[in-house]
Design a protein. Structure first.
Length: 488
């Protein structure tokens, strides 16, 4: 009798042990590299604005030579509230201002130069565009970033160590005088011909070493610890390698950190990132709503259409990036009404197209599940911080989605829980046919990476069962959201 009791106790202990193993409550280990909290918050902004404004606006130029008179800048109706109100209506979560472009002209009264708004007739030299915008952003609840061109075609000291210290001092001014900054933009265009204090010559610098970027980054990190730093290679976020506003369908949030720097010559690689990169550096897709970055009246009839902007959204935010859309402020000091109207209509289009998740009440299951804390149904709960994950050794598996009745879809959104890293290398979307077989959807781009957000558009398909087959992954996948839509 005693032996039977021992056997039953042993069997019960084994069952309890097996149950504990089957219900693994431990989160997956991070799959390096992983983003910082600032980088995650930045990517979740998804869309934000660029503002190009300065003497170029009044002289009908794109890249000022550095010799424009300081009094060329003279907007008659400048209203940063109008800018921000427009951006909010267009769904933007922040705005980055070109505080100093390549011409060296400062939109704030820098104490290190007289080549600024302090020498303009605007507000009798007492104006400060950066402050006006900072206050408008605070008033309307969006974030502010700054662009400070490393290249300066006006300063006589450009190309010498003296200029680098001048640049650091201006960076410190912007980091300390205008409140919290969400992003700091370091342009890769550096060195070339310019006015340079009247020398009117070409000056070349070593883009990888001249500015001592690690020191500039340390200034930002010390004074604005919440800011993400943009350049070709980050370290916060990277240029996408074009100015057309899109990333490749295959888009890793990684770069080889010792290789990429502002002015990186193999910039085409940045459209997909480096699959073997050692640093998290997601892509920012920048483009202008017009052909030019600065305002030109002749481009009033060349503003991107709602259809064009919508396509860019799907190919930027929907390709694991963010979208930075430029608005060239006009000579009055306002965002042009054509630009404003189209941007607002574009936002309304996105809200309409992605406003009715047809998988909201679906049942989710998976080929493998880590445990109750990581159940498949969490992919449909609408909570960004919950996710499904299989066991550690599972790098290929499937997710099945069942709806109560047939739904017609032509768009599916997939999201990975990126605080634990980007993992998925290849996947396939399928639906079950009327004869019970799985058939892949038809789309015009590869289904490889997912990352923060992947929006896959395909030829419409009607079914009540859908399947996401994860073919390969760098580690066990962690999927926190799946949505389905029919886009008109």
């Amino acid at each position: 009798m005693l032996n039977h009791r021992r056997m039953w106790a042993w069997a019960l202990a084994m069952l309890i042990g097996l149950s504990a193993i089957a219900d693994n409550d431990q989160a997956p280990a991070p799959c390096l590299p992983v983003p910082s909290a600032q980088q995650v918050a930045w990517q979740r902004m998804e869309t934000y604005a660029f503002i190009h404004f300065g003497p170029n606006t009044f002289l009908d130029q794109e890249w000022g030579y550095g010799d424009a008179p300081a009094d060329a800048f003279n907007p008659t109706r400048l209203d940063c509230n109008q800018w921000v109100e427009t951006l909010v209506k267009a769904g933007m979560k922040g705005v980055i201002l070109t505080c100093k472009h390549h011409d060296g002209y400062c939109l704030w009264p820098s104490k290190w130069t007289d080549y600024s708004v302090a020498s303009s007739p605007w507000r009798d030299g007492k104006g400060d565009v950066v402050r006006d915008l900072a206050e408008a952003c605070k008033r309307h609840g969006i974030k502010m970033g700054v662009y400070l061109s490393p290249w300066d075609r006006h300063q006589a000291s450009y190309g010498t160590p003296e200029y680098v210290n001048y640049y650091y001092r201006q960076l410190q001014e912007l980091m300390t005088q205008y409140g919290e900054v969400f992003e700091v933009w370091f342009d890769g265009a550096n060195g070339g011909d310019g006015w340079y204090g009247g020398a009117c010559e070409k000056r070349e610098i070593d883009r990888s070493t001249y500015y001592d970027y690690p020191k500039a980054w340390s200034i930002v990190n010390h004074l604005q610890p919440g800011a993400v730093i943009f350049s070709d290679g980050g370290p916060g976020c990277r240029w996408v390698g074009n100015e057309k506003g899109y990333a490749n369908a295959t888009n890793w949030a990684f770069v080889r950190s010792q290789e990429v720097y502002p002015g990186y010559p193999r910039y085409e690689e940045l459209q997909s990132g480096h699959a073997d990169g050692d640093a998290w550096c997601a892509s920012e897709c920048d483009t202008s709503i017009r052909p030019g970055w600065f305002y030109h009246e002749k481009e009033d009839n060349q503003v991107k259409t709602v259809d064009e902007l919508t396509s860019l959204y799907y190919r930027s935010v929907g390709h694991n990036g963010t979208l930075l859309l430029n608005f060239p402020v006009n000579r009055d000091g306002l965002i042009h009404p054509i630009d404003s109207a189209i941007a607002v209509q574009w936002h309304e289009r996105i809200v309409h197209e992605l406003g009715n998740n047809l998988l909201a009440s679906a049942k989710f299951s998976a080929g493998d599940t880590r445990g109750n804390r990581f159940a498949p149904q969490l992919m449909g709960d609408g909570d960004w911080d919950t996710y499904w994950a299989p066991n550690d050794d599972v790098t290929s598996t499937e997710i099945v989605i069942k709806t109560k009745k047939d739904v017609t879809l032509n768009c599916i959104i997939l999201q990975e829980y990126i605080p634990l890293g980007q993992r998925v290398k290849a996947f396939v979307i399928e639906s079950k046919t009327c004869c019970g077989k799985w058939a892949p959807v038809i789309c015009d781009e590869e289904t490889t990476t997912i990352g923060y957000k992947r929006i896959v558009r395909f030829a419409e398909r009607t079914a009540s069962e859908w399947r996401i087959r994860i073919i390969d992954s760098r580690a066990c996948p962690c999927i926190n959201n799946i949505e389905g839509y029919y886009v008109d």
